[in-house]
Design a protein around this ligand. Structure first.
Ligand code: HEC
Length: 119
């Protein structure tokens, strides 16, 4: 670096420094940033929990059961199920071997189990 490009006055211009300090908020102390991080984490987890409770349901039924059910609907033995928005929860599956019961349950949400089943 030569004196032509390096101008100490410009680099350490006090006015510019004051402006920069005013523009950037002073950093909050560590404990406050940690507390804020913990709060955001809890809020996100709480939101995810509420969404899963309200809209979560079982994972997709066994394709074989589904095919059986579709045959039953085609033959007029069962009502077609109304598609509904559910968030499939991995590992939460219907263990019934009854195609109608399984397909009917596939659109039910966790918040609704208690309206038919005693808890
Ligand atoms: C609209 C009412 C209704 C809702 C909502 C409902 N069920 Fe059911 N459920 C039934 C009926 C009816 C049966 C069949 C009768 C029985 O076995 O008691 C049944 C049976 C079951 C069975 C036994 C299956 C078997 O093989 O016998 C399980 C387990 C079950 N439900 C879980 C759930 C879960 C988990 C939810 C929430 C996602 C839920 N149910 C929501 C009505 C409902």
């Amino acid at each position: 670096m030569t004196d032509e490009t390096y101008n100490e006055d410009e680099l350490y211009n006090e006015d510019a420094e004051d402006d920069a300090e005013a523009a950037v908020e002073p950093k909050a102390p560590l404990w406050r940033r940690l507390l804020f991080g913990a709060f955001v984490t809890l809020a996100v987890l709480f939101f995810a929990g509420v969404m899963l409770y309200e809209f979560g349901g079982m994972s997709a039924p066994d394709p074989q059961l589904k095919a059986q059910y579709e045959q039953m609907v085609a033959a007029g033995y069962a009502q077609p199920i109304q598609a509904r928005f559910t968030i499939p929860i991995p590992g939460c599956k219907c263990h019934s071997s009854d195609p109608v019961l399984t397909m009917a349950h596939s659109t039910r949400r966790i918040s609704e189990c208690g309206s038919c089943h005693a808890r």
